[in-house]
Write a protein that binds this ligand. Structure first.
Ligand code: GAL
Length: 420
């Protein structure tokens, strides 16, 4: 696959050179160079966001053609495996989607991604991105990816009708009220009132419960060694998490987030805890009977994650990939992408034209809330740490063994934590 694509790119580049130098055979050089952009945005709101970015890229980068390297699967569960295999075989796409933060570490250490520090100045990113985000993106004093947008993870999505039928009219303010509502829904005939999916979606739920029980400061400490994973407060959170999981669909381990979301749309569940890509997806699916609120007990905590793009060191078409990155970095690119993706621009100066009321609120919350990173989406954890956490959650979903879950999470932290 790589050989074919690279060979094609080489032929195309050679042809372009010939034409540029006047040595061509007089044929027109209609063949564009392709830029392979590797993502996991295959359908629904995710694809709508990507498509909007592609339109901008096509307009801004004449002679370059978008080539989709997409591998479906929420949070990149499948894409990351394929990507790693390709990188190991020295078959990189020109650019790939990655989360800002710790998740990029392995790629940086393996010299698979290029230093983009100089582009930050050139593209106005140094001035336009929030300082905290630049700090998170900086590794070894350099910048390695261009953020496209910021998502909020700690949100609960609700089916208005299902809740109204059970007489639930206000959002729960804390875990106790949330559990009471879940119980009420069950008594009202909704057997599995919380729509839940596989391992990483369960990790998201656990993280949200940890934020409620520990507060943002101690939650942050879980990822820099300041908060103990094997202490009593984490055990309390795991017990609360177990109670909440008890209200979820028993087939959770076989569902990705859009399938869990379908339970919400179909009125089989009242709530789904998931990042705010859900809004864009529900809109794509023409479902408007929903509402959302910050996870109960999370207060003003904004659990963030950022999608970003890198330039691979082995890119077959680095100039094309750079034009893709410049599009991602531009205010217009960020507006187009985020308006459809449900996230908010990473740039503080990007226009918010076409944003939903939810997104406008999210822009405000991002400015005024307390930011905490996400392990499930790479801003807090390295990839091996995230894998270990997902495996621990998957095992717990079957066994229900809270002590084993805590021990596994504590062991992962001991192995992978980086001191501040
Ligand atoms: C996240 C990603 C989001 C969204 C989500 C579900 O990891 O950052 O953009 O795609 O996964 O797939």
């Amino acid at each position: 696959m790589r050989t074919t694509r690279r060979a094609l790119a080489a032929v195309v580049s050679a042809a372009a050179l010939l034409v540029a130098s006047g040595c061509g055979a007089g044929e027109d050089d209609a063949t564009a160079s392709t830029v392979e952009v590797f993502t996991w945005w295959a359908e629904g709101g995710e694809k709508a966001g990507l498509d909007a970015l592609v339109s901008r890229f096509t307009a801004a980068c004449p002679g370059q053609e978008f080539q989709s390297g997409v591998i479906a699967g929420g949070a990149g569960v499948n894409a990351k495996q394929v990507l790693n295999a390709r990188l190991q075989q020295n078959d990189p796409p020109d650019t790939f989607q990655a989360h800002a933060g710790a998740e990029l570490l392995d790629h940086i250490n393996a010299a698979q991604v290029s230093d983009l520090t100089a582009r930050y100045e050139a593209w106005g990113l140094t001035a336009a991105l929030p300082a905290g985000l630049i700090e998170t993106l900086t590794v070894n004093g350099k910048l390695w990816s261009v953020p496209a947008g910021v998502h909020r993870a700690n949100v609960v999505w609700a089916n208005d009708q299902v809740l109204a039928d059970a007489g639930i009219l206000v959002a729960p303010k804390n875990l106790k009220e949330f559990v009471a509502n879940l119980e009420k829904l069950r008594r009202n005939g909704i057997e599995s009132p919380l729509a839940l999916g596989r391992d990483w979606t369960q990790l998201m739920l656990l993280e949200a419960v940890l934020i409620s029980d520990l507060g943002s400061k101690r939650f942050n400490g879980l990822f820099n060694g300041e908060t103990k994973w094997d202490g009593k407060p984490v055990r309390t959170a795991i017990d609360d998490f177990a109670t909440i999981v008890g209200y979820s669909n028993p087939d959770r381990d076989s569902l990705d987030w859009p399938q869990a979301e379908q339970l919400l749309i179909d009125g089989k569940a009242g709530y789904q805890m998931m990042g705010d890509w859900v809004a864009a997806d529900l809109d794509q699916k023409n479902f408007s009977g929903y509402d959302s609120f910050t996870f109960p007990g999370n207060g003003k905590t904004f659990q963030w994650l950022a999608d970003s793009f890198v330039l691979t060191t082995g890119a077959a078409n680095p100039a094309g990939a750079e034009c893709w990155l410049r599009t991602v970095a531009s205010p217009e690119g960020q507006q187009a992408f985020n308006a459809r993706k449900g996230s908010i621009p990473a740039r503080t100066d990007a226009p918010t034209v076409g944003f939903t009321d939810y997104q406008i609120e999210a822009v405000e919350d991002w400015k005024s809330g307390t930011p905490v990173p996400s392990c499930a989406h790479g801003s807090a954890c390295s990839q091996p740490w995230q894998n270990a956490a997902n495996a621990a959650l998957g095992a717990f979903s079957t066994s229900g063994d809270a002590a084993a879950l805590q021990a596994a999470l504590a062991a992962a932290a001991r192995q992978f934590v980086r001191q501040p």
